[in-house]
Ligand binder design. Structure first.
Ligand code: GLN
Length: 586
């Protein structure tokens, strides 16, 4: 994206020269004032649903046919989220271009129904890496390299490059953490500078805050929010819009207090109370008029297409209606996993199941199963009541034998099964051991010296040392074999594009044996013998599918992933065997 020679850089430095204090790098071709920015900052505490709020706001502006580009700025020093423990930080989301990001990018992709790229995610680790690279290339013209203006300059450059790259009308900047955190302070300073440089009506600041309602008082209190606003104003930024998170609708009295103490007109202080579903948030924001305030603030009214908005709104309302409609039927899907107690670690699976259940018109209950406790003796008891089973992605050996037991149980007892990534590899191990008679079959990830390494490291992965961004990552095409269940699931498509994140694969020399014993590989990588889909024929099992990919990452509210939808439909048939249901397979 960036021309990195000193001369090119000089040309792009705008007002900068060794004689001036202004340092405002912007990419070649950037037109000031064309793109507007909405910055969302959190105060009081984290965990307010900043990502859901920002993505919902971005969505309702996108609905009006504005071109929007979100960006999440993370204060941590990791280059990407790939090395973060999902148990502490939530799921690692993988973009089509292979970047491993924070789970919020998943929220943006689902809300906006579009693929994002590495330009939509930035960490302090990335910013400082670039700064140090520029320094080594002599880009700073002999000056001492400082947090201000150089690091903040890099942040502004990143935002402007995104604006230029995407030709966005509106860039949505979500700053991770809360105002007052040490590590995001320079992002906030960069925003202040951006607002100054871009000029009036270019940058809108939205502060998300929290209204406490202590049970003992039974009354909403605004002091914490007021202090949060004061802290924000100390950074030199003044909020234009304040959104108040609260369990219940925020009272007028509290809104008035916040308005008065922060100089924000009352009509721009919004209640953002809890709702039964995050998918209701866009409509709540629209009804409250948040979108109109943004348009007015940033002079964007002329770019709106009312007809597009009406159509998008109708589509969304239909989905939300389906999602929230009273359902007669319930299916229980068991999800096995190492981090069984943490929903965030499997956020996309949870969402993909939600999309599928809305489309299949049933209530869905997820039962999280800790496989470290599963043995051949208790497996039936542990899976009792599950109408379908998912073994999701994962790393390492913990709970692996328990997963194999679950898969065996699902296969032998005709329980619908969906294996994802590690769940695909474990299904191969299970089949090799119990159907092909390959005793001691395993993955070399768990047992490097096993007798039958049916899952082994990808050849290209053997040379790699160190961690971070070096797995087989990102969106890749999968060639589907015609006539298979999987091609049928994907509407008789010959290729699908799914997202990957793995180091191991089915060892090619075992493919023939596995197929001879009845396992069908219905999808593989183009030009390589990497198996990416497996299934059992419909004559043998009602629904047994697994994939080396992570189809949950590309499931969208308005377009549920077919493998998930197929699983839920098969689970419905198991739960209510007497009734006829729509089906994607067989
Ligand atoms: N650990 C397995 C591999 O590296 C599976 C990875 C995953 O499930 N994401 O191939």
């Amino acid at each position: 994206m960036r021309e990195d020679t000193p001369l090119d850089l000089l040309a792009s430095l705008g007002h900068s020269s060794p004689e001036t204090e202004f340092y405002s790098p912007y990419p070649q071709g950037y037109e000031k004032g064309r793109c507007k920015y909405v910055v969302v900052l959190g105060t009081v505490m984290s965990g307010l649903g900043k990502g859901i709020f920002s993505s919902s706001l971005a969505k309702i502006l996108k609905d009006k046919a504005l071109r929007v580009a979100p960006i999440k700025m993370e204060g941590y020093l990791n280059i990407d989220a790939g090395t973060l423990n999902p148990f502490r930080h939530g799921e690692v989301f993988v973009l089509d271009d292979g970047l491993e990001t924070d789970m919020d990018l998943g929220t943006y992709e689902r809300m906006l129904d579009e693929n994002l790229s590495r330009h939509n995610f930035v960490t302090s680790g990335q910013i400082f890496t670039r700064i140090l690279e520029h320094e080594r290339h002599g880009h700073y013209l002999g000056r001492d390299v400082q947090m201000i203006p150089h690091v903040t300059g890099e942040v502004k450059y990143t935002l402007r490059a995104l604006a230029l790259e995407t030709r966005a009308d509106l860039v949505f900047v979500e700053v991770g953490g809360t105002v007052g955190d040490y590590e995001n302070g320079y992002f906030i300073e960069a925003i202040r500078e951006l607002a100054y440089e871009e000029g009036e009506h270019s940058v809108g600041v939205v502060a998300l805050t929290y209204i406490v309602e202590p049970q003992a008082l039974g009354e909403q209190k605004s002091k914490a929010a007021q202090l949060g606003m004061r802290q924000l104003m100390q950074t030199g930024l003044h909020p234009h819009i304040i959104a108040c998170r609260c369990a219940a609708p925020v009272t007028d009295k509290v809104r008035q207090k916040i308005s008065m103490f922060s100089n924000v007109p009352l009509r721009r202080v919004f209640s953002m109370h809890d709702l039964p579903s995050i998918y209701l948030v866009p409509e709540m924001l629209r009804e409250a008029g948040l979108d109109r305030e943004v348009l007015t603030l940033l002079h964007l009214h002329e770019r709106v297409n009312q007809r597009a908005e009406d159509a998008a709104r109708a589509r969304w309302t239909r989905f939300v209606g389906q999602l929230l409609a009273e359902k007669e039927k319930t299916v229980i899907i068991g999800v096995t996993g190492k981090y069984a107690s943490l929903r965030d670690a499997y956020a996309s699976i949870d969402k993909a199941l939600e999309h599928a259940a809305a489309a299949a018109q049933c209530r869905l209950q997820v039962q999280w199963i800790d496989t470290t406790e599963i043995t051949p003796r208790n497996v039936a008891e542990m899976l009792k009541g599950c109408h379908g089973i998912i073994v999701p992605g994962g790393f390492g050996s913990r709970g692996a034998e328990g997963k194999i037991q679950c898969i065996r149980y699902a296969r032998e007892n005709h329980v619908p099964y969906l294996g994802i990534c590690l769940g695909f590899q474990m299904a191969v191990v299970e089949y090799a051991r119990h159907v092909c008679g390959l005793d001691g079959a395993n993955t070399t990830e768990i047992d490097p010296h096993c007798q039958h390494p049916v899952i082994d490291i990808l050849p290209e992965q053997k040379k790699i040392e160190g961690l971070g961004g070096n797995m087989r990552l990102g969106g890749k095409d999968v060639i589907l074999k015609s006539g298979t269940g999987i091609s049928h699931l994907y509407g008789d498509a010959t290729t699908v594009r799914l997202r990957f994140r793995h180091r191991y694969e089915v060892e090619p020399r075992y493919i023939e044996t596995l197929e001879r014993h009845g396992l069908v590989f219905g999808g593989h990588a183009p030009n390589q013998p990497i198996m990416q889909m497996l299934e059992l024929p419909a004559t043998v099992h009602p629904y047994f599918f697994a994939t080396q990919a992570h189809p949950c990452l590309t499931s969208r509210p308005l377009a549920p992933d077919p493998m998930f939808l197929g699983l839920v439909q098969a689970a419905l048939r198991r739960a209510y065997p007497q009734q006829a249901f729509a089906s994607l397979v067989g």
